[in-house]
Write a protein that binds this ligand. Structure first.
Ligand SMILES: C[S@@+](CC[C@H](N)C(=O)[O-])C[C@H]1O[C@@H](n2cnc3c(N)ncnc32)[C@H](O)[C@@H]1O
Length: 195
């Protein structure tokens, strides 16, 4: 979906995603020492704002101006900060080696584009920094609920690990079951440490 379609989707509701951070982001990032974070395709900022509340200085990028405005309209977090910008992450090379945490939460792009973004995301982390991807897993199509229905854009542990392995040590690589309305969704969760 392009930025205009995302804008339209965001305009359909005051809030499209929950205000709470994603459950896997909380599980994987809660114990990290706050520093500088990059949230690629940050949406309305649920994860970026949660991180900032814990002291992180977050660069939150998304190509939907409507979503980015929602982040900037939130009251400034007391502890850290969020710098939200309208950016197409497929046309942007983030500063290399700059971040203690690079997060991708439910960014779904055609395979080749996604792999390019995954690689530049990995390069944006400093040595020892954390890479974290959460996405709708390809197995969700048959065994889970919700999420995009196009297999070309769904994520998999093999895809993410394949791109990150040469650059990072993979610590978590799983298909995780997320409860949704009495059933569950299957999410790819990969956490790695940049070499
Ligand atoms: C499913 S939402 C997830 C938002 C957020 N990460 C979260 O977990 O709440 C996907 C987001 O990806 C953004 N997006 C999709 N393609 C993008 C691109 N090429 N550049 C920047 N943002 C993009 C959309 O605007 C949308 O906000």
């Amino acid at each position: 979906m392009d930025a205009d379609r995302w804008d339209e989707r965001y305009r359909t509701a005051e809030r499209v995603w929950s205000a709470e951070p994603n459950v896997w982001v909380v599980r994987e990032a809660a114990a990290l020492e706050p520093g500088r974070a990059l949230d690629l395709a940050a949406g309305e900022g649920r994860n970026a704002l949660w991180l900032a509340g814990r002291g992180w200085r977050v660069d939150a990028l998304d190509f939907s101006p409507v979503a980015v405005r929602r982040i900037t309209e939130e009251p400034a977090p007391r502890a850290g900060s969020v710098n939200a910008e309208v950016v197409d992450v497929t046309r942007h090379t983030p500063e290399q080696g700059a971040y203690d945490l690079v997060l991708l939460s439910y960014l779904h792009l055609p395979r080749e584009q996604m792999e390019q973004v995954l690689e530049s995301a990995a390069r944006a982390a400093r040595p020892g920094g954390t890479l974290l991807l959460v996405g709708h897993d390809i197995s969700n199509l048959e065994h889970g609920t919700g999420g995009p229905q196009d297999p070309e854009v769904l994520s998999s542990v093999d895809q993410v690990s394949g791109v990150w392995q040469p650059l990072a040590e993979i610590l978590v690589a799983e298909v995780a079951r997320r409860p949704v309305d009495g059933t569950f969704a299957l999410d790819t969760v990969v956490r790695a440490i940049r070499r």
